[in-house]
Design a protein around this ligand. Structure first.
Ligand code: ADP
Ligand code: MG
Length: 680
């Protein structure tokens, strides 16, 4: 490895040169002093000793004790990076980025050099990298290219208590490679006390406890249930701000939209309070928050002001924000749920577990006594909340993980060493889907299609769509669509005071009722034609940031196409070819309009609706294919394209029979509904 640095023995000489550099030096020294104040610091030697003596170690310590930022540095200082990198996995990408940024500061190096991070579609590492923070999903993908992880000397599976799907699969894989790589050190670190379970799983690995400093936290419940927790959270924040002694506030909300709403309302109401009240600094933090704004939550609050952090679950254990004295916990989070019968997955606002509630409360007592305001009753807490959150593996679609394991040559999935096995039904469903997508053959073996699909870090249906674009000669178009889909629902910008303009601009891309996928393609291509103009984005109510991300993702998908030897060809004038390609990946997501004016999914006869944001929401084509279902007030199909029913039988004859798609055109349909495009 080139230029391995020796942590403490930093070469200061060059830095003395300029004033700016000496300022950097004193900042670095200050950071070194801060490092020594962390609860983990007194245990440095003991910890290094334990790592030396044991191949696998379970580490438990309160959030904020220094596990994530310090342990990899200690190991580096002790020489573990001489023969390989140190990987530290995080369930959330914001955490991976933010922690890597912090550690690079502490080591006085540029982010992406000695300390880097790797998240999906963004690799901020280099030849020099020795400490690599990464999402658990990315380490899982690295197994595909390097099944023994030989570039690593240490793997730290951090935030193990989160029990994400990728973390659970990693457990099985790292446990296996540790057997034939005695030189590999394995650390499993967790913020909660269920360490026994990890220890049992890893053949009774010793548990290293980092005693935390914890101050008492006063817990308050509401007397009666809150009808509107968002409003209650805002009111409580303001009450704390005007009545309580100094100290920052942390509010747990469920997602970006909710956080943005809260931010807007808070800004509005604090303006109404006048100048007698101290300044309230509002800091949102969620997964898609742009990097440059993420750092803001860590900036110290100026004297006389108060900070209110509006966060998702990410602040529960992944990120520690210093100075928090008050926590507001409405008691909800967004959680995936999966119905193995229908194969439908939805993201639902769900009550948290008691374990989560405890973690949230704990965030207020890190630097002094704190207060937690739970926006639910003590009765609710004791009777309605589960003790622990169900591990993701037991409530999610497993198709992508099964494809990854199959490509690792792990065939006997029923006997994979799961810490908690997934429901057999869900495994079966995943195998069925992969078979339907032609990724597996009848014997359950990976096909050529499957091998190609596995190269893409995407959901198998999206990967299949991309692989199928070869046949329809539209790979160039389809990767633009895939990239636009993968940046989520943040392409179109709809300011409250300009909704009509924004909607008109959006509908321009839907001319001819081409459907949402092709509208996304048109957006991308139009932007490209303006040479990626920011001005064009403003004029069309398009979020330039999302577009740039889509462009990055697209570039990477183009690289992967080359790897699987699919030529880049555009077929933009043949919309049917593009729609057939979409159908090749998404045929399990087809729905048909009923006489009642509602849609039913073809395979499972579930009632669904076209999302109001869709360009086809008023058109109601008779047959559609959709990207995803979201459950809000109803089951909505999001990103919808019209299809011809005969395509289903042509493309997926093993999945649909003629009787499934017989067009009952004699039956009466509501006026205006069910006409195909050609009828218009
Ligand atoms: P743990 O992993 O045990 O929860 P961390 O190593 O994440 O603890 O945090 C240790 C300290 O580093 C905390 O005081 C935290 O505030 C600080 N810290 C972590 N990330 C950042 C960051 N991006 N910016 C500023 N401080 C940070
Ligand atoms: Mg941590």
């Amino acid at each position: 490895k080139a230029s391995v640095m020796d942590g403490d023995k930093f070469d200061y000489e060059e830095m003395e040169d300029s004033l700016e550099k000496s300022r950097a030096k004193s900042a670095l020294e200050a950071l070194q002093e801060e490092r020594k104040k962390l609860p983990i610091y007194p245990y440095r030697e003991e910890l290094l000793q334990a790592v030396q003596e044991h191949q696998v170690l379970v580490i438990v310590g309160e959030t904020g004790s220094g596990k994530t930022t310090q342990i990899p540095q200690y190991l580096h200082e002790a020489g573990y990076t001489k023969h390989g990198m140190i990987a530290c996995t995080q369930p959330r990408r914001v955490a991976a980025m933010s922690v890597a940024a912090r550690v690079s500061q502490e080591m006085g190096v540029k982010l992406g050099h000695e300390v880097g991070y790797s998240i999906r579609f963004e690799d901020c590492t280099s030849e020099k990298t020795i400490l690599k923070y990464m999402t658990d999903g990315m380490l899982l993908r690295e197994f595909l290219g390097e099944p023994d992880l030989s570039s690593y000397s240490v793997v730290m599976v951090d935030e193990a208590h989160e029990r994400t799907l990728s973390t659970d699969i990693l457990f099985g894989l790292v446990k296996d490679i540790a057997r034939f790589r005695p030189d590999l050190k394995l650390l499993i670190s967790s913020a909660t006390l269920d360490a026994e379970k990890f220890s049992d799983y890893f053949d009774s690995a010793p548990i290293f406890k980092i005693p935390g400093r914890r101050y008492p936290v006063e817990i308050n419940f509401t007397k009666a249930p809150e009808a509107d927790y968002l409003d209650a959270a805002i009111v409580t924040s303001l009450q704390i701000h005007v009545t309580q002694p100094p100290g920052d506030i942390l509010v747990f909300l469920t997602g970006q939209e909710e956080i943005e709403t809260a931010e807007e309302i808070l800004k509005h109401r604090t303006r109404g309070l006048g100048t007698k009240i101290a300044e309230l600094i509002i800091c949102p933090i969620y997964a898609n928050l742009p990097t440059e704004l993420q750092a803001k939550i860590f900036e110290p609050t100026p004297e006389g002001a108060r900070k209110v952090v509006l966060a998702t679950n990410i602040a529960e254990t992944s990120l520690t924000i210093d100075g928090i004295k008050y926590v507001i916990d409405p008691g909800f989070c967004k959680m995936k749920s999966y119905n193995p019968r229908t194969g439908m997955e939805s993201l639902l606002v769900t009550p948290i577990s008691k374990a989560s509630a405890m973690q949230r409360a704990g965030r207020s007592g890190r630097t002094g006594p704190g207060k937690c305001f739970r926006l639910y009753t003590a009765y609710n807490y004791h009777n309605d909340l589960d003790d622990n959150t169900v591990p993701e593996i037991q409530r999610t679609n497993l198709a992508s993980v099964v494809l990854a394991l199959k490509s690792l040559g792990i065939h006997d999935l029923l006997h994979f060493d799961f810490m908690d096995p997934p429901p057999a039904e869900a495994l079966l469903k995943a195998l069925e889907l992969l078979f339907a997508l032609s990724a597996l053959n009848k014997l359950g073996e990976l096909t050529k299609v499957g091998r190609r699909m596995a190269e893409f870090p995407l959901d198998p249906m999206l990967s299949k769509m991309i692989v199928a674009s070869e046949k329809y000669k539209c790979s160039d178009d389809i990767i633009s669509i895939a990239a636009m889909l993968s940046v989520g629902n943040s392409i179109f910008y709809r300011p409250k005071d300009k909704q009509v303009h924004a909607d008109n601009a959006r509908m321009n891309f839907h001319t001819g009722n081409v459907g949402d996928h092709i509208a996304l393609l048109k957006v991308y291509n139009s932007w490209k034609e303006t040479n990626f103009s920011t001005q064009w984005c403003y004029e069309n109510y398009i979020q330039v940031r999302s577009m740039k991300r889509a462009r990055d993702v697209r570039d990477q998908l183009a690289g992967l196409l080359e790897r699987v030897e699919i030529e880049l060809t555009s077929n933009a004038n043949d919309l049917d070819a593009i729609k057939k390609t979409i159908t090749s990946g998404f045929f399990p997501h087809s729905a048909r309009l009923q006489k009642s004016g509602l849609y039913r999914t073809v395979k499972h006869s579930q009632t669904v609706h076209i999302h109001p944001s869709s360009g086809l929401a008023q058109v109601l084509p008779r047959w559609v294919v959709y990207h995803e279902l979201v459950l809000t007030t109803k089951e909505y199909m999001r990103q919808v394209t019209e299809l011809k029913p005969e395509w289903l039988v042509e493309i997926a004859p093993h999945y649909y029979q003629l009787k499934d798609v017989e067009d009952s055109s004699s039956k009466k349909l509501p006026r205006g509904a069910g006409r195909t495009q050609e009828d218009r």
